[in-house]
Design a protein around this ligand. Structure first.
Ligand SMILES: CC(C)(COP(=O)(O)OP(=O)(O)OC[C@H]1O[C@@H](n2cnc3c(N)ncnc32)[C@H](O)[C@@H]1O)[C@@H](O)C(=O)NCCC(=O)NCCS
Ligand SMILES: Nc1ncnc2c1ncn2[C@@H]1O[C@H](COP(=O)(O)OP(=O)(O)OP(=O)(O)O)[C@@H](O)[C@H]1O
Length: 203
């Protein structure tokens, strides 16, 4: 298996890059999605969250009340550490199982693991490459406002809460400039994909 870690700030183009690599034959895994799956009703992590944070973070239908939990953990570092201590091990267990399944199906599989918090969460994986999507904050804010109808102040707040470009660059083996046109980004991804053993040749 060839493991590619993919990260970048919010609205930096991670999904766009992952989709292109998938088109070239990579298996795409999304950490955010796994983090949502491990707290679905019936999952042990959800019970542990209820035990730690109380019924106020559980919605009427038994699912996680994400805004209520966010209001607690994003203003209290100790609470966030507790939440991470519950959710991250569950995500890692699922991640390892999915890596193993991809490898069992094809020993030469290329897996792209999209992890927004790759820098913040200090992950225990050995990546063969770490791809960082990078676009100026102003460009990302403009995309969040225009494409996601987000308030400008909210977009700025979210960027401010994440790791900096410098911190992400420090872990990058490949930097993909996503500040230009979509075609520019895709061309850069294709050039990177050409260097990855096991991906399909360009269509
Ligand atoms: C607190 C929760 C329920 C809030 O959910 P909600 O849907 O409202 O927000 P969302 O998940 O989109 O996150 C909002 C923003 O906070 C940031 N963020 C989320 N989790 C974390 C974290 N553990 N540490 C730092 N920043 C975080 C994200 O970058 C994002 O920009 C949720 O973020 C959560 O369960 N976080 C802990 C698990 C985790 O680390 N998830 C990230 C993927 S591994
Ligand atoms: N040059 C470009 N490169 C990448 N995306 C671009 C570019 N120009 C415009 N976009 C648009 O910007 C948006 C980037 O969103 P995308 O979902 O790929 O980012 P993301 O990093 O996965 O976001 P999030 O962190 O919120 O999950 C998309 O709508 C994409 O079409």
């Amino acid at each position: 298996m060839y493991l590619i870690g993919l990260t970048g700030g919010i609205a930096s183009g991670k999904s766009t890059i992952a989709k292109r690599l998938k088109k070239r034959g990579a298996v795409h895994l999304d950490a955010d999605r796994l983090a949502r799956e491990v707290v679905e009703p019936g999952e042990p992590a959800l019970e542990r969250i209820r035990a730690r944070f109380g019924d106020a973070v559980i919605a009427e239908d038994g699912s996680l009340n994400r805004p209520a939990l966010g209001a607690i953990v994003f203003t209290d570092p100790a609470a966030l550490a507790d939440l991470n201590g519950i959710v991250h091990p569950a995500v890692q267990a699922r991640t390892r199982a999915l890596f193993a399944a991809a490898e069992a199906e094809n020993p030469n599989a290329v897996v792209v693991y999209d992890v927004p918090l790759l820098v913040e969460a200090k992950l225990p994986y050995e990546f063969d490459a770490v791809v960082v999507a990078e676009a100026p904050a102003e460009v990302r804010i403009e995309r969040m406002v225009r494409l996601r109808q987000m308030e400008r102040a909210e977009a700025e707040r979210r960027i401010g809460a994440q790791a900096t470009d410098a911190e992400r660059r420090a872990v990058a083996t490949h930097l993909i400039d996503t500040g230009g046109t979509l075609l520019d980004t895709l061309a850069t991804v294709d050039a990177f994909a050409d260097t990855v053993p096991g991906l399909d040749t360009r269509a």
